[in-house]
Structures are given as C-alpha cells and as structure tokens.
Design a protein around this ligand. Sequence first.
Ligand SMILES: [Zn+2]
Length: 251
Amino acid sequence: MSGIVSEIKCKNCSAPLNMNPGEIVSTCRYCGYTAVVGADEPFQLEHSLILNNNNAASVENALRDWMREGFMKPGDLAKKSKILSLEVRYLPFWLVPIEAASTYEGVLERISPPSPRKGVINRDYDWLVLGRKGAQFPTRDYTVPDTGKIPFDFKRIDAGAKFLNSEMTSEEAVQHAREEVDVNQRFLAKQEIDQITSFNTNFKVNKPTYIHAPIWFITYEYKGRSYNALLDGSSGMVLRADIPQTDFKMI
Ligand SMILES: [Zn+2]
C-alpha cells in the first residue's frame, strides 16, 4: 500500500479519501462509504455516529463549572483560567460485545487457615476500544451513549471538525478487547481469592460496531502554564481534565 495520501480513492464514488499515514479504515466524505483500505469488499460492520450536542460556548461553560467544583482545585481556577484552544474531533471507536466465562482456582488467604477455592466468573461486556494507536484516551471513563446514536452520516458532522479514521482493523480491536476483558476478569477473581493458581477465560465475541463519537479537546492556561481537558460532545460531561497543582503549605 502506498503512503501517498492523494492516491487513495473511494471505491464507491472515486472521490479522493483524506487519509493520514497509519489509518486503515476509510470513510468517504462524499458518499459515506466505509472500507478497510486495501480490502476489496465493502465494510460489513455497523457504522454509527454519536451526535454532537455542544458548541464552543457550552463546552467552555461546562469546563468552568468543573473548575468551580471539588476541593482539590485552586479557588480561583474558574476565574483566572483562559481557554487557549477548543475543538471537536470525531474519534473512531470499536464497541465489542463480549461474553466472558473465566474459571479460576486458587487460595483464599484472608481467612485462617487458608483454604483452596475455585469458581466461575461470567460477565457480558460492551467493551470499548479506541481505534487509534498510542493515543491516550480514558476509554474506561467513557460510555457510548444510547441516545443520539444514528447510522453514520457525514452530513451530521460539524463542518470543519477534525475527523479521525481507525488505525486498527476490527480483528485487532477484538484482540485488544479480549486482552483487556481478561485483565478485568482476573481483577474480579482477585476479589474472591488471594492467590490464583489457575485461570482460564472462554470468550464469545459478537459483531463489533464501528462508532465515531465527538470529543472536545481543550487546552487552558492557568498562571502561565497550559493544561488539557477532554469533554464528551454528546453529554457535555468533562471526561478528564488536568488539575493545576496547588501549593499545599505544610502548616
Ligand atoms: Zn465515496
């Protein structure tokens, strides 16, 4: 596959695809056709869009509300902060439905005498995987909203918004999801026993959904330093934001 962006064209309408290096799932801006780059068959999975319900003003308000609440923040944070940049980006996610059944054996040591235990942990997950490699995003703090989800439609995306394509296939996303679910199942087993001697998870993976969701990226300045914040464009909730360190005086 060539790395030259301009050579990639939509298989459906021949419009040029705006792809960045590393991106492998393309969505055509003109006809909405979604495909894995280099694959001949059309995309077989559901592609959804979460609608953005916010604008620059409402996002700034939500961030200032966040600045005002909680006692770990400087008292003048909301008043003294200046917004440096604020933009909405549509990020690619894979939502992977997984049924996991983990059998474990081990030892319960928090009682005396320690006793052997075994059990099964059954859980159903809709596990979210960000389709970008090396990007930091708090996927565990983010829930894809049930409302405001529509079949993908480029016309419903804010003009000028940054649109990011997935850098991994659905197979890679499923692999990530399996590994992360396994870690989570192990964590749940650790609530039941203290030493794990054997652990095995069986997975039943259903068809993933490919989703684009609007996330607001904000940088703000406080006392000469800049900080980052992420806000969910659907709910308007702050997902994660840096808190300036206050100088706690030892009195
Ligand atoms: Zn097209």
